[in-house]
Design a protein. Sequence first.
Length: 326
Amino acid sequence: MGSERLVIGIDLGGTKISAGLVSESSQVIARDYRETLASEGEDNVIGQMIDAAHTVMREVSISAGGVAAVGVGSPGPLNIKAGIVMGAPNLQGWEYVPLKQRIEDALGIPTFLENDANAAALGEHRFGAGRGFDHMIYVTVSTGIGGGLILGGSLFYGADGMAGEIGHTTILANGPRCGCGNRGCLEALASGTAIARAARESLMSGVPTILAELTGGDPDRVTARLVAEAAAKGDAEAHRILIEAMNYLGIGMANLVNLFNPQLIVIGGGVASIGDELFESVRRAVIHHALPATKKSVQIVPAQLGGDVGMLGAAAVGLTRSESAG
C-alpha cells in the first residue's frame, strides 16, 4: 500500500451493498458484499453499511485513522451538500435520511455522499475508460438509463443537482410511456426494460421468433438478456428489436454530442454487454445525426470497471471530495 491514500467506497443499492478499501491508484485491497435487506428498515441498512466498512478495515488490520475518507454512492434524490437521502424508490421508507452524518459519526472518518450514477461516472473518469479526458459523459444502460456528466474535469450538477438525467430526454414525442410519466423517453425506447417490452409485444402478436421456445411461450419471462440470446442465434425479430433500440440509443448519444461536445462517451450497464454490435450501431447513429464539428472528436467506448463500478465510483467520490475539502 505504501504511501498511497486509502478510502472506503460503499455502493448502496436496493438489493446489495458493496464496500471496498481502495487505494488512490484503484487497487481494491479488501472488499465486502452483502444483501441490503431493505425491508428490514433504514437503521438495519445503515448498520450493514457501517459493518461492511469495519469488515474491510479488519481484513487488512487498518484503523479508521489510516483511511482518508468514505465515499457513498446512493440512489436518490439526494441533498449532496447536506449528505441527506431525500427519498429512494428502492429503499422503502427512506425520507430525509442523514446518511453522511450517520456513517461519519459511526466510523469517525470524513464521509461524502453522491448520487450512484454520478459516482459511477466519477469512477470511470478517475479509474476507468475516462482517465485523461476532461470532457466525458458516462451512460449506464440496464433496467433503466442513467448517467453522469464530467465537464472540465469535474462533475456537472446543474442548478438543483439533477443534471445528467439522460434516460429522460425525449427521443420520440408520441412514443411508449416511460416510468417517469412522459412518453418517448430514451429509457422507454432503449433500456433493458424497453427491449423486453418490445419483445413481449412481438411474442403476443404472433410474430415468428424463437423467443416463444426460450420462454416456454410465456411473455412474462422475456428479458433483454433473452432477446440478445435469441438474436445471437440468428432470430430475425430479436435482432430487429435490438437494432431499433440501439438506434434510439445512438440518437440519444448524438444529442449529447451536440449539446456538450464531449471527448468521450463511456457506455456501461448490463445492456452494454451485448458488445460490438451495440457500439457499432450507436456510432453509426451518432455519425448520422450529430453535427460534423462535434462528432469528429468524440469516441464512444465501453466502460472498464464492470461490476465494481459502483464501489470504485464511491471510492472515487471519497478521494475527489476529500482532496477538494483538504
